[in-house]
Design a protein around this ligand. Structure first.
Ligand code: ATP
Ligand code: MG
Length: 727
């Protein structure tokens, strides 16, 4: 669509939209909420709104901020807008919350109380730092596991809470320990000029809040703020939006409560409900026509999500074809499942389809391995999104850590990472001594090391080794000053002797690591800084590249242009669409995931995730489960997922090897799991009337069922006395 090269007039901008969408796009300046189900064109409306604002002169690129969920979506939005308007748009703030907060902090680092060259800690760096803090405090890692502490810290930041806000929780030693860890962690980061992901958001928020002049400036600047996937904003993101909007800014929010899938990471679905209350005059527009999926796929999605309570309620319909049935495959085990999936993709390609059309979606990333093996066996190109990302690989992180030290000697995480990589005789004991000195003096590891060397306070061997390391990095810093970025990267790999270091690893691994290092040089060469405003301090090329490496989520990693199958988690698939979708591992305990089953609201969030998965498919949807599966080194035998039972039977068709038989799925797949009542079964109660069974619990005389009655809402009934009739 929209490939015109001449600037569009307004009618061309509105032509590819339905009347409701047009209404949303052309709303007069004010607050708006577009609340609509999957595939109804929310993202399309957002992009057209942006172009509309620019084209009608309502706003200049300077006056717009647009928030999307991934960097890829941001790049697409910019590109589509530029194509529609046939002119480059400079100065516009389009990006993810993290990307925009980062951009803000880079420009206003002084107001934010950060060093100019502050570094971003990704999640693995953060975990390492937290672990170091816990050890430093001599706390028991079994009681305060680093991972949980990291979770605790991020949870606090997402809610806007600093260590000082936690008070002294007396009588709760666990909480007290966590609070101490958070406090020391924060000091460590501040000292080293390190900022984790959650900190980006919180710091940006606080900086604006506490800085009247700055706030005034940005409020005046951004007359329009547009947000996609609003249902997944967390407390601090929403607070930031409110602050920025103030009394004058207009918020254009687009979202779907049924697709809120990041509750476990602090997203607040309530924000959608709060927004019209927090701002007066929010125009709410609902879109109901789905343009993405065939009618069968849409029916499956609608019926499934109807099992959730407290929805804002939406009606999705399509003019599209009924299409193929939704295919269900009961695999013997996970290997069989993978073979089935790859076989179907091969067939699709044989029939003239593209591999790009196909996506394999799964609940946990560990499921990708078996799929990858099956794909490799078939020699079928694929790309894993959000797996171990390029920039998270050990060799890449080593090279980047040297560069980070070059940029900022106080970066403790980088220091620890490479002080003895490659091995240079700086043992764990020496590093402990450095840590103690750093803690004692309240300085970074680098400074502590420099002081110890100057004072001759280390043993002779360690003294030489540490001095060697310090000189190596100082030497790099001196020489790299005037070099272009790609040369710096090339040199750092050579100067640090990383290739030689990895050469010592056996076999294939070493080769692939060296290739990755070469790839890093290429990435640096191709790196272009995001266009600035001309109005802001541009950050140095190296800083920009390092920030990019930390924020980049591997979205553009594989060879560009190669026709390949996409693999990703269901969470990673949000907002995307594919003609052919495989949703794998539909087993109780895996999907819905066991962790979620144990949590309040968990099963419903899993159901929304399933809804997201189903609605990614345009033409063909395959669901599969395996009767046994090896995962995390364990052999599992799980029941088919409850979500399968919640789908309408009419649209399902079970795939049997050797041919396809259309028959009621219930009999074969679910017999074992069914109690007296089936989930999704329509029943009538003498007093409450008609309803749908949405939950079963217990057995025999203790069996209870929950029925969602059309008139009375959800009720729990004792099955033996309920006098329910099947309808
Ligand atoms: P999700 O909830 O999954 O993010 P969405 O509501 O953002 O979905 P879009 O991705 O914007 O939906 O649109 C879904 C598909 O429908 C896209 O392929 C889009 O191009 C197409 N589409 C949207 N509106 C129209 C329309 N009026 N006419 C034709 N196609 C449309
Ligand atoms: Mg969308």
């Amino acid at each position: 669509m929209l490939l015109e090269s001449a600037p569009m007039d307004a009618s061309a901008l509105l032509a590819p939209l339905n009347p409701r969408q047009r209404e949303a796009v052309t709303l007069p300046a004010g607050h708006a909420l577009v609340l609509a189900g999957a595939g109804s064109g929310k993202t399309r409306v957002l992009v057209h709104r942006l172009a509309w604002l620019l084209q009608s002169g309502e706003a200049s690129p300077f006056g717009i901020m647009a928030v999307t969920f991934t960097n890829k979506a941001a790049a697409e939005m910019r590109e589509r807008t530029e194509r529609m308007l046939a002119t480059p748009v400079r100065g516009m703030w389009i990006g993810t919350f993290h990307g925009l907060a980062h951009r803000f902090l880079r420009t206003h680092w002084q107001d934010a109380g950060l060093p100019e060259g502050f570094q971003i800690l990704d999640s693995e760096d953060q975990l390492r730092t937290v672990r170091r803090v816990i050890r430093g405090l001599e706390l028991d890692e079994a009681r305060w596991p680093p991972k949980q502490a990291q979770w605790f810290i991020n949870g606090c930041k997402d809610e806007g809470r600093r260590p000082a806000d936690l008070g002294t929780p007396e009588g709760d030693p666990w909480q007290g320990g966590m609070a101490r860890i958070y406090g020391v962690y924060e000091e460590t980061c501040q000292r080293g000029g390190m900022v984790d992901f959650a900190e980006l958001l919180l710091r940006a928020y606080e900086t604006l809040r506490d800085n009247a002049g700055l706030l005034e400036h940005f409020r005046r600047r951004f007359g329009h703020i547009l947000v996609d996937e609003f249902q997944d904003t967390n407390a601090i993101q929403y607070a930031w939006l409110r602050l920025l909007a103030g009394d004058g800014g207009r918020l254009f929010m687009v979202g779907d409560d049924d697709q809120s899938i990041y509750g476990w990471r602090g997203a607040r679905i309530e924000n959608i409900q709060r927004y019209p209350e927090d701002f007066s005059d929010v125009r709410v527009i609902r879109l109901e026509q789905n343009y993405r999926s065939s009618a069968n796929i849409l029916d499956a999605a609608n019926t499934l999500i109807a099992h959730n309570q407290g929805r804002l309620g939406k009606n999705l319909w399509t003019e599209g074809r009924r299409g193929e049935p939704v295919h269900l495959y009961a695999a013997f085990n996970d290997i069989d499942e993978a073979r089935f999936v790859v076989g179907r993709i091969a067939k699709w390609v044989e029939d003239g389809g593209r591999r790009d059309d196909c996506a394999i979606l799964y609940r946990v990333s560990a499921q990708s391995r078996i799929m990858e093996e099956a794909l490799l066996q078939q020699g079928m190109p694929y790309r894993v999104y959000g797996g171990l990302r390029f920039y998270e690989r050990a060799e890449i992180k080593d090279a980047l850590a040297y560069l980070r030290l070059v940029a900022n000697r106080d970066d403790d995480t980088a220091f620890e990472r490479v002080v003895n990589t490659p091995v240079r005789g700086i043992g764990a004991r020496t590093v402990d001594t450095l840590r103690e000195a750093a803690r004692g003096g309240g300085v970074s590891l680098w400074r502590a090391a420099a002081r110890l060397v100057a004072d001759g306070a280390l043993g002779a061997r360690a003294q030489g080794a540490v001095r060697g390391f310090l000189e190596l990095v100082e030497g790099m810093a001196g020489r790299y000053l005037e070099m272009p970025l790609a040369e710096q990267v090339d040199n750092v790999v050579r100067d640090a002797r990383l290739r030689e270091h990895y050469d010592k690893e056996p076999g294939e691994k070493a080769q692939s690591r060296k290739e990755n290092l070469d790839e890093l040089v290429t990435a640096a060469r191709e790196f272009h800084q995001a266009p600035g405003d001309g109005n802001e301090a541009e950050m140095g090329e190296l800083d920009a590249f390092l920030a990019h490496a930390a924020l980049e989520s591997g979205e553009g990693q594989a060879e560009v242009g190669q026709d390949s199958v996409s693999l990703m988690t269901l969470h990673g698939a949000k907002g995307l669409e594919f003609p052919v979708v495989f949703m794998c591992g539909l087993e109780e305990g895996l999907f819905p995931h066991q962790n979620a089953l144990d949590e309040a609201g968990g099963p419903e969030e899993e159901r929304r995730l399933c809804y997201v998965g189903i609605t990614r498919a345009r033409e063909r949807l395959f669901l599969s489960y395996a009767e046994s599966r090896r995962l995390h080194g364990q052999e599992l035998h799980q029941q088919p997922s409850r979500f399968l039972r919640e789908l309408p039977r009419e649209v399902l068709e079970e795939v049997r090897l050797g041919g396809t038989v259309s028959r009621p799925v219930a009999a074969s797949a679910f017999a074992a799991a069914d109690g007296e009542y089936r989930l999704g079964q329509h029943v009538r109660h003498p007093k409450f009337g008609e309803g749908v069974v949405i939950n079963c619990d217990g057995e025999g005389a203790h069996a209870r069922v929950q029925v969602n009655f059309d008139r009375e809402g959800a009720k729990w009934l004792v099955a033996a006395y309920a006098r329910l009739q099947a309808t």
